[in-house]
Ligand binder design. Sequence first.
Ligand code: FES
Length: 568
Amino acid sequence: MAKGLRKGLTSYGDAGFSLFLRKAFIKAMGYSDDALERPIVGITNTYSDYNPCHGNVPVLIEAVKRGVMLAGGMPMVFPTISIHESFAHPTSMYLRNLMAMDTEEMLRAQPMDAIVVIGGCDKTLPAQIMGAVSVDLPTIVVPVGPMVVGHHKGEVLGACTDCRRLWSAHRAGEIDEAEIEVVNERLAPSVGTCMVMGTASTMACVSEALGLSLPMSATIPAPHAERVRLAEASGKRAAEMAIAGSPRPSEILTPAAFRNAAIVMQAIGGSTNGLIHLTAIANRTEHALDLAEFDQIGRDVPVLVDLKPSGEHYMEHFHHAGGLPRLLMQLGDLIDRTALTVGGSTLGEIAARAEIVPGQDVIRSVEDPIKPEGSMAVLYGNLAPRGALIKHAAASSRLLQHTGRAVVFESVEDMAARIDAPDLDVGPDDVLVLRNTGPRGAPGMPEAGYLPIPKKLGRQGVKDMVRISDARMSGTAFGTIVLHITPESAVGGPLALVRNGDMIRLDTTARRIDLLVDDAELERRRAALPVVPPPAWTRRGYARLFYKSILQADEGCDFDFLVGSDEL
Ligand code: FES
C-alpha cells in the first residue's frame, strides 16, 4: 500500500504524472526530497478568531510538529471547520456533523499515514473523532485543555456552571447590573475549554478513556507548559504510528473501550451531551452503544470525581489530583484494564502508574463516593418510548420522584416570550414542558433543556423545578431536567400530545417518565395532530441535508448515511 506523498493520488489518468505534479507544487513551499519521502502525519488546524476555546491551537500545532519531526515523520497541517459553542447559529450541534464530514473527507482526500486531531470546544472533539474513526488511519486526539479558574469576591468561578448560576441570581435581582458586568470579565480567564465537567471536559475524558489520547490529555490546563509537552509527545507517537501503520481506531475501539468510556462518563459526573456523542462514535464502528447497559453502568458505578456542576471543584483541581489515570486506579476492576491505548500501554498499566497525591479530595474512592450511583439515568415511559436522559447527580434529590401539572411551551421562542410573564399560570410544583426542540425540530437540538425558572418563582426563592424537553442541555448546567425525549415532538413523539394541566410523573428510581393520560385520549390527540409541512429553513443547502438525514438522540444524532463502518 502506498505511503506518504504517494497515497491517494489526484486522478489524471497517469499515476506517474500525478505524483510528478504533486511534488512540483509542494516544492513551491520549499520542502526537500528527504522531507517528502517521510511518513506524513496530518494535523488538523481548528484555530479561529471565533473560537477562544482553541486559542492555544497554534502553540499546540508547533509542538506536535516538533514531536513528529523528532521521530522522523513529516508533519502537514491543514484547516478544518472550527465551532465555538456561543458563536454557532442556530446551535453548535447543528454543525457537528458538518465538521465530522469535513474532517473525514479532508483526511481521506489528502495523503497522510497518521493523524493528530487537535480540538476541544464542545462539538469539535466528537466531530473529529467521528471523522477519524470512519477513516481508520492511526489517530491521536489532542484536546486543547481546560481553562484555568476565575475568581470573584473570594469565590472560585468557572465557565459555564457559574455563568448560569450568577445569571440566575441576576435575574432574581440578587446581583445588580454593575456586578454582573464585572463577573462577565472573570468567568473565562484564559484560553481553553470550559473548566467544569461540561461537554468539552467530558469528551476529553472520554477520548482518554477510549484510549485515543495519551495519559493526562484530558485535564492539563490549556495554558500550562505541560500541555505543550503533551502535544509534542503526541506528535512523536503519531510519527511512530505512521511508520508502523498501527494502532488504528478499529484496533483501539473495542466493546471494552466503549464500556470503559461509559463507566468513566458516569464516574466523572459527565455531560448528558457526552452520551449522544459516544453513541455517534460507536455507531461509526461495529459496536453500538446499548442505552440499557449505559443505565445499568450508572447503577453500578458511583460518581467519584468532585467537579462542578455536580460537585465543587474544577478541571485543574482534577488534574492536580492525578487526572484520569488516578480515576482509573480508583475504579479498579470496574474498568477493563486490558484495553489498549494509542500510547501502547493498556488502561490498567496507565492506572497503575497514576500519581498518588496526598490529601487530595477531588478523586474519591469507591468506598467514599460523591454519589453512590453514576451521574446519569436513562428513562423510559409513555412520554419517551425510545428513551430520555436525566443527570440525577446534578438534580435536586427531592424532585427525583415527582408528579406535577404540565405547563407547556411550544418552542424556544414561545418559552422566551412567556416564561417571565407575570400572568403565567405556574407554581413551584409544576412541570415545565418544552417541545419542538429536538434534533430535527429546532433544528440541532438546542441546549434549551435548562428552562429558566420563571422570574416570579425565582423571586420567591424557587431554585429548581422538574423540566422536560426533547432538547439537550449544556453539561455545565444543573437541575432536575429530563432531556433528549425520544422520539422528539417534531417527528410525532408523545411529547407533542401533552397539554397544559396534564399530570406528569417522574420516577427516577423506576427509570420512568409518564404522562398520566389514558391511552384512548392520547390516541384522540394523536389523530388530531396537524400535518406540518417542511419548514422554510429546509429549502436548500446543508439545512436540507440536515432535515432529511438527521437521526434521533438515541442514535447519536448522526446523519443516516454516515453510520456504520466501511467494512460493514
Ligand atoms: Fe468552548 Fe465551553 S464554550 S468548551
